[in-house]
Design a protein around this ligand. Sequence first.
Ligand code: ADP
Length: 259
Amino acid sequence: MLENAPYYHAVGKEIDVFNHAYKNKIPFLLKGPTGTGKSRFVEFMAHQLDKKLITISCHEETSSTDLIGRFIIKGAETVWLDGPLTTAVRDGAIIYLDEVAEARPDVIVAIHSLTDHRRELFIDKLGETVKAHDDFMLVASFNPGYQRGFKELKPSTRQRFIAVSFEYPESQIEIEILVKETKIDHDTAKKLVAIGNKIRNLTELGLTETVSTRLLVNAAKIIHSGHPKRASVHVAVVEPLTDDLQTLVALKDLCDLMI
Ligand code: ADP
């Protein structure tokens, strides 16, 4: 067993599926809302497989140049600098493109030849095609929730991946995650998870994103370090969710009764 493994509690068959995807050189797509353990899972898998992990948090400015590389001026010379994707392709690392749908369209174009049988990267600025190292793997995540009106992943892209949905874990698992991550007592963890589930079911609030495991972990952390419970839930769970005054008051009242 490798040392210092990141803590990850499986919620389904995702570990097996990832291992099979890796063995068969198929890219892996994690779908799901923020804070559901996607990044932690990828860190865990990279550690298990003993592979270097390169993570890129994609945003609307992320371009293929950022990933593939660029020429830079060094003294009197112009030298080529590999970007993180090229490095991963050459060295056989796992690259994790977090929120890939947010990136510019040229990123999607650049990864296409890496995500099919060719497994190669074309570096147009060098006129060079790099064959992926045998150990290279491409992993991406996207959040179908807040894509509304924004960028979607095209079927021609999505269908290159093995895809797994990440949702909020069932209560027993989420309680265990809170206890393991924060050393909080079981009873408080149970109450926090109950709060999480309660708010998740209040679909009528129309929140863009609801309570994630991350928010509950944050609440548990500050409670464990001595902040009062109710106040912790207010600032770690309720405030990050919404700015609407009425909703804030209603949610705080609701949580006060539950912790
Ligand atoms: P995402 O990448 O989906 O936004 P993260 O992987 O950053 O979410 O998860 C947020 C936090 O939630 C983690 O730092 C961890 O504390 C906790 N977490 C969520 N799911 C799990 C899990 N299955 N096992 C362990 N920790 C988890």
